[in-house]
Design a binder for this molecule. Structure first.
Ligand SMILES: Nc1ncnc2c1ncn2[C@@H]1O[C@H](COP(=O)(O)OP(=O)(O)O)[C@@H](O)[C@H]1O
Ligand SMILES: [Mg+2]
Length: 341
């Protein structure tokens, strides 16, 4: 088996809209998910995560592109690997009046799995105590965990979870996060975890791919994303403090006061591509730099930079309003073709 569980290249998917140009959801997406651990699939609302997952699961047909799951071409050879796959896409659907155990039992029987497996997954997701209660009486977190339990029934090698944290309270979130962490550490399973919220993936993922406007804009370990060649901020301390600011601003940099950085005061110079230029610009005006420290970016700003930069470029190309283009909110405009089943 190849070392990647998911390989996607040049994936395109657009949706028909009434009286309007097609909406491009995936715009040449490339994505590789290596085997093992938890892989975060991070991107703002509307960036194409669910569409990618639906295409992966054979639930909607792409316009073009190549997809392989565990070496099998999708959708053509999906049946060969479908038993190795477990997924939770959007809110799981179960018979509301039946218990969690009964619902899982139906699925187990359909999949030729022994009833003991139902008890195992109930245990795994921490629902054993409430397994006899009707599904309709479950909290959102419990419903979500039952959905994950259903995805795990067949001991899949690849588990795809689409925003499993949606709508959960902090306690539910913590439970789901712990469960995902546990799954990822078992070696047998690779988890693809989608989310539009960075904190949800950051603490559980070994690797992250960032999506913006239907393309993958960054992929790697969290450490690699932080080290990505974005323009870092610099902390600058100079012998002539106020003059230093004026000179740097004249030269076109954005400068703000650094707070909490001790005495004498220092400046924060934003988004510096060329550090040497900062020093030489000040030196030319006979200002001596006493300290110059590159400031570590946090993942939040790296994520925002990545997705914002790509959104702006794409907006400019498409001449669209950013808010609509970024698909804020989960609702869809009326009159769009529904392809959901
Ligand atoms: N069935 C559909 N009909 C029309 N447009 C759709 C449909 N599904 C998704 N889209 C559009 O495709 C884009 C990507 O959506 P989606 O994959 O749901 O993003 P995400 O899961 O990252 O929030 C959005 O602009 C969305 O409005
Ligand atoms: Mg989605």
């Amino acid at each position: 088996m190849p070392d990647a569980v998911i390989e996607i290249s040049g994936l395109r998917k657009s949706f028909r809209r009434r009286h309007r140009p097609r909406r491009v959801a995936l715009d040449g997406l490339d994505l590789v998910v290596p085997r093992g651990g938890v892989h975060g699939f991070l991107g703002p609302n509307g960036s194409g995560k669910t569409t990618t997952i639906r295409v992966l699961l054979g639930l909607c047909r792409p316009d073009s592109g190549r997809i392989r799951i565990m070496g099998a071409d999708v959708p053509r050879s999906l049946p060969a690997v479908i038993s190795e796959l477990g997924a939770l896409v959007e809110t799981p659907r179960f018979h509301p009046e039946s218990s969690g155990r009964f619902n899982l039992g139906l699925l187990a029987r359909a999949g030729d799995l022994p009833p003991t497996r139902v008890e195992e997954v109930l245990e795994l997701v921490g629902l054993r105590d409430r397994a006899g209660d009707a599904f309709s009486g479950y909290s959102l977190g419990m419903k979500q965990r039952l959905g994950i339990a259903a995805a795990l029934l067949g001991r899949p090698r690849l588990v795809i979870l689409d925003e499993p944290g949606n709508g959960l309270d902090p306690e539910g979130l913590r439970d789901v996060r712990d469960l995902i962490r546990q799954l990822g550490s078992q070696g047998h399973t690779t988890v693809l975890l989608s989310s539009h919220l960075l904190p949800e993936v950051q603490s559980v993922c070994d690797r992250v791919s960032v999506l913006a406007r239907g393309r993958c804009v960054a992929s790697g370990t969290v450490a690699e994303l932080l080290a990505a060649p974005g323009d870092a901020d610099l902390q600058v301390r100079a012998d002539r403090h106020d003059a230093a600011r004026a000179v740097l601003e004249d030269a076109g940099w954005q400068v703000s006061a650094m707070t909490g950085s001790g005495e004498p005061p220092s400046w924060r110079v934003h988004a510096v591509a060329d550090r040497a230029a900062v020093t030489s610009t000040l030196a030319e005006r006979r200002i001596y730099v006493t300290e110059l420290i590159p400031l570590q970016r946090d993942l939040e700003s790296a994520y925002l930079e990545l997705t914002a930069a790509h959104s702006e470029v794409a907006d400019a190309l498409a001449g669209q309003a950013p808010a609509e283009a970024r698909g804020r909110g989960r609702g869809r405009a009326q009159g769009e073709e529904g392809e959901r089943r």
